[in-house]
Design a binder for this molecule. Structure first.
Ligand code: SAM
Length: 425
């Protein structure tokens, strides 16, 4: 979501004649598009922006802005810690950024834009997309769940689905521009459409996007929530061939006690049923997840249940996070009682387990032929190409010739880390 917001910001600035530079010393504007999900990310921004103090002293005309979730989270208090910052803009004020920059340059005053309740729905703004093959399409802003640990609803606002026509028109335009893959994004993307009138759902939207696409090969969606990932959605994935059989379904914990405390709205049993239904339809599909270790009150027994669940489900991949208390969330009021050392040990233990699971998956794929969407030449060896499978697995392969955007069949013969290696069939 932040990557896409950066592309929107870049698009607005390009329109005004700005272009990217590699060096901070030569920049007229330096923007930090920030994340508040964990403290660690924020600490790094405070450090990095702090390092620019000297540069700002030497070049007072340099505009420094903190945009995104940290701006919304700290509001004007950011200026107390970082007095050399010129402006801040929250995620819902993203379209105000060009004007803020102009006003800072003209008036030399310090500005804050963190007041919007919702992000305006706009069409046709130039987006400076990172590549020419894959594109993000926002289908939902914000989030309507109030999980105790999560700051997203506070900083990005409540859930707001974008109208179907707007999404389809964006997809058609991407199709006409030659993009080959679109990813529909939302914090809880599988709750799409419930707030629209008339209401709709992600399964229906996937069908419509599939029909709207002509030369787009692949349609993805992320992130799903276990409460909404139902059989209708899985049937839609099967029915519409461009939709990829990859489900990112955050479990967060393998202990029902912790899940209930987090207010996730499902049990481990419900979760496992969802996965079973998905895998019944897509034995070669991928399921990935997010897990939090060290949530307040997590005992060794709770953690043991998470460990056991991960061993049972055998995810294709997992993001493991150490609990980080976030201001404004309910979990902030609970005692952060799992020691740093225990959080680290639990984190390492799950990383090792997932490493073994991922390796097992990769090993089982040896000799298989997989469909790869070519992204370009491999970074390491220019005589090789890279791309991704339908399940998002990176593949580096040999081929006589491959152009970005091609769909190729690749025979897999080995792997390195999490990357499959092979040659075009
Ligand atoms: N909307 C998604 C959901 O909850 O189903 C994910 C949103 S969040 C940007 C991505 C992941 O960050 C979450 O799934 C969770 O594992 C992790 N996360 C969120 N808040 C956290 C916190 N306070 N401490 C540690 N990890 C956190």
């Amino acid at each position: 979501m932040n990557d896409f917001d950066s592309e929107i910001i870049m698009g607005m600035l390009r329109e005004r004649g700005y272009f990217p530079t590699e060096k901070e010393e030569t920049a007229d504007i330096i923007l930090f598009n920030t994340c508040s999900v964990r403290q660690h990310a924020e600490d790094r921004v405070f450090g990095k922006v702090g390092d620019l103090k000297q540069l700002k002293r030497e070049r007072p005309d340099l505009v420094i802005g903190i945009v995104g979730c940290m701006a919304q989270n700290y509001k004007e208090a950011i200026f107390d810690r970082l007095p050399h910052v010129d402006f801040i803009s929250g995620p819902r004020n993203i379209y105000d950024i060009p004007e803020l920059i102009e006003r800072v340059q003209g008036e030399g005053t310090r500005l804050a834009a963190v007041d919007k309740e919702e992000r305006p729905q706009v069409m046709g703004r130039p987006i400076a997309r990172e590549g020419q093959i894959k594109a993000w399409v926002t289908v939902m802003e914000g989030c309507h769940h109030n999980c105790t640990f999560c700051i997203v609803p506070t900083v990005r606002g409540t859930a707001q689905s974008r109208p179907v026509e707007m999404i389809l028109s964006e997809v058609k335009s991407l199709d006409a521009q030659g993009y080959k893959e679109v990813t529909l994004i939302g914090q809880i993307v599988d709750a799409y459409g419930r707030d629209l009138s008339p209401s709709t759902d992600l399964a229906t939207l996937l069908g419509e996007v599939n029909r709207a696409a002509d030369t787009i090969h692949r349609i993805r969606f992320t992130t799903s929530h276990p409460v909404y990932a139902n059989e209708k959605l899985f049937d839609a994935i099967r029915e519409h061939p461009r939709v990829c059989e990859h489900l990112h379904l955050p479990i967060q914990s393998g202990s029902d006690r912790i899940l209930s405390h987090m207010r996730r709205g499902y049990t481990v049993e419900n979760y496992k049923k969802r996965i079973e239904e998905f895998r019944k339809r897509f034995p070669k599909g991928a399921v990935t997840t997010d897990v939090i270790v060290g949530y307040p009150g997590e005992t060794e027994e709770d953690f043991g249940k998470t460990f056991q669940l991960m061993g049972e489900v055998e995810f294709d991949d997992a993001f493991i996070f150490k609990f980080s208390p976030r201001p404004g969330t309910d979990a902030m009021n609970f005692k952060d009682d799992v020691s740093k050392k225990d959080k680290e040990a639990r984190n390492q233990s799950l990383l090792r387990l997932q490493g073994r699971m991922t390796e097992k998956k990769l090993r089982s794929m040896m000799g298989e032929t997989v469909e790869v969407l070519v992204e370009g030449k491999s970074k390491k060896d220019k005589s090789e190409y890279k791309g991704r499978t339908r399940t998002s697995r990176e593949v580096v392969f040999r081929a006589k010739y491959a152009a970005p955007g091609d769909l190729l069949q690749v025979k897999v013969d080995s792997f390195f880390g999490k990357t499959l290696l092979g040659s075009a069939a």
